[in-house]
Design a protein around this ligand. Structure first.
Ligand SMILES: Cc1cc2nc3c(=O)[nH]c(=O)nc-3n(C[C@H](O)[C@H](O)[C@H](O)COP(=O)(O)O)c2cc1C
Length: 212
């Protein structure tokens, strides 16, 4: 097997400078996301979400960004899942986007809270039927005896909702991470990458260049 330490990619596509950055990190993020979508990178809205327990034991997993709200990054999940329990204990979280084809990474940190119920309803009712039912059927992050157990639950709920209105389960809905830190990373030659950090001080976003 080839040594992983010998695998090196030279980054050269683009550069990042204080003059080509927007002073608003949300605008900067939206323009990078638009470019990722235009470039047809796989799953451009997929982001790693890191949460941690009260005592600081971290855990991360991928989720999909469903809305870039003026206040933050919105995703949907099960409120009783591992991430849901973490967020209950400790609201601080971190997101990470990586778009390798564009040689870009974006780090976002802040506090996570549940979205308004109306937002959860709006997204839940827009989902295909199977996705709505699985929000009921899957006890996310819990141990289950086997695949069949899950499929039986899905079938049971499908039957149930033939005769009952399919409402959003109370344990399923949106979260919003409201950032106080962003970092935009652009790969460059010889590992001299460009990094810019935005930190929210009061209502002002301060911008700093960081060493790679
Ligand atoms: C690309 C991708 C996107 C995902 N999107 C979501 C999502 O939007 N919401 C979600 O709850 N889980 C999503 N998942 C599954 C999560 O990664 C994870 O397995 C699940 O949420 C349980 O995580 P937890 O046990 O840490 O709470 C996604 C997985 C992948 C690979």
């Amino acid at each position: 097997m080839p040594l992983l330490s010998n695998k090196r990619i030279e980054y050269h596509l683009s550069r990042l400078d204080i003059d080509n950055l927007d002073h608003n990190p949300f605008v900067q993020f939206q323009s990078w996301l638009d470019e990722a979508v235009q470039d047809e990178v796989p799953e451009p809205t997929a982001m790693s979400l890191a949460t941690s327990t009260l005592i600081g034991r971290p855990s991360s997993r991928m989720v999909l960004l469903k809305e870039l709200d003026p206040k933050g990054f919105v995703f949907f999940s099960n409120y009783e899942s591992k991430k849901g329990k973490h967020i209950n204990e400790n609201p601080w979280g971190a997101l990470l986007f990586f778009w390798p084809r564009l040689e870009r990474q974006v780090r976002i940190e802040g506090k996570i809270s549940k979205t308004l119920q109306e937002k959860s309803d709006e997204y839940f009712y827009s989902r295909p039927q199977g996705g709505k039912i699985s929000a009921w059927a899957s006890p996310q992050s819990q141990r289950i005896p086997g695949r069949e157990y899950l499929e039986n639950l899905q079938t049971d709920y499908e039957k149930l909702f033939r005769t009952r209105a399919l409402e959003r389960p109370r344990h399923w809905g949106g979260y919003i991470l409201k950032p106080d830190l962003f970092e935009f990373w652009q790969g460059r030659e010889n590992r001299l990458h460009d990094r810019f950090e935005y930190i929210l001080i009061g209502h002002i976003w301060e911008i700093h260049r960081l060493a790679p």
